[in-house]
Write a protein that binds this ligand. Structure first.
Ligand code: PBG
Length: 332
């Protein structure tokens, strides 16, 4: 059978019909909002390449978290910007630093909000790499212990979930062992299992002052040309005890999100990264795109590709737009 018996347009005739047959629904409950925390008080410093996103000190984090929660966003992901950096990144596991303090205060004030912490060293090392550096090499195994220390520091502060983003081999197992050994066997790990060496992290690195001082991250993050290798990474991370998996970035890797979804039974998250955010913001500022429509379409596409959860800087705005649209991203 074909035309004229079949007419797909019949089911597109009205907004109500379209809503009835819509396959994918985006909701605020799918979103995780990244937050940049700094030391000090009263800090709310805009990030130039990420309009609408600020560096926040812990006191200013509270109203932000309250608003996110009020809009139905269930989780935040904390990134820390320390004042001091050294070769090992020792501020990463300092309980007086911004991330552990923020985690503690957020859990105290918003017990319902899921607080996820990014576990990595790059914002804390003076060379900007995600591991210990020897010559021009990034050492794998010695880095694991520092990551485990960082995870334990966040766990002790009250974090609900740890998200290692360094791409060292064996880090999920190292974190799991450390957490279990210290009585945190109940805390889940969201592994950045499939993280590509991407140009789309540019604005984040500016925000976190975490660009590598020499070389690049290609010896630990994945080659953008590789798809099969993603399956190897997730198999290893699941074996090591990951509770959830992440693909990052999202848009240039929607095929990978789909492939991971098809083989993994656990929740899959996709990280709609800083460069993806900046692109839309820049085009919208110039009046080249309808921001609301473009953002909701992008987030919907990530969900449709197979992500259960989307980490996105658009979270707050998107949650508002979703309410206005009655949950229908393209409800025109
Ligand atoms: C740290 C880390 C990065 C991002 C999240 N965690 C940057 C990087 O790998 O250089 C990027 C997030 C974004 O671009 O929004 N390892």
């Amino acid at each position: 059978m074909g035309f004229p018996e079949e007419r797909p347009r019949r089911l597109r005739g009205s907004a109500a019909l379209r809503r009835l047959v819509r396959e994918t629904e985006l909701s605020a409950a799918d979103l995780i909002c990244p937050l940049f925390v700094v030391n000090g008080r009263g800090v709310k410093k805009p990030i130039g390449s990420m309009p609408g996103i600020n560096h926040l000190s812990v006191d200013n984090l509270l109203p932000e978290a309250a608003e996110l929660q009020a809009r139905g966003i269930p989780a935040v992901m904390l990134f820390g910007m320390p004042d001091r950096k050294d070769r090992q990144g020792s501020a990463a596991w300092d309980p007086a630093e911004a991330v552990p303090r923020a985690a503690a205060v957020l859990k105290q004030r918003f017990p319902e909000l899921v607080v996820i912490t990014d576990v990595c060293l790059c914002a804390y090392t003076d060379h900007g790499h995600c591991g210990i550096v020897e010559g021009d090499r990034i050492l794998n195994d010695p880095t694991l212990e520092l990551l485990a220390r960082t995870a334990l520091c966040h766990a002790a502060a009250g974090a609900d979930m740890l998200a290692p983003s360094d791409m060292m081999d064996g880090r999920v197992a190292a974190l799991r062992r450390a957490l279990d050994g210290e009585g945190y066997g109940h805390l889940p790990i969201l592994s950045y299992a499939v993280k590509y060496a991407s140009a789309f992290y540019g604005p984040f690195r500016e925000a976190a002052a975490s660009a590598p001082a020499f070389g690049d991250r290609a010896s630990y993050q994945m080659d953008p040309a590789n798809g099969r290798e993603a399956l190897r990474e997730i198999a290893l991370d699941l074996q090591e005890g990951a509770d959830m998996l992440m693909v990052k970035p999202a848009l240039p890797y929607l095929d990978i999100v789909r492939r991971v979804r098809e083989v993994a039974a656990c929740p899959v998250a996709a990280y709609n990264v800083s460069g993806e955010y900046a692109m839309l913001k820049a085009a919208a500022e110039r009046g080249w795109l309808d921001e609301r429509q473009a953002v909701l379409e992008v987030l919907l596409s990530i969900k449709r590709a197979g992500a259960d959860l989307i980490i996105t800087y658009h979270a707050k705005e998107a949650a508002r737009w979703l309410v206005e649209a009655g949950g229908a991203p393209s409800g025109r």
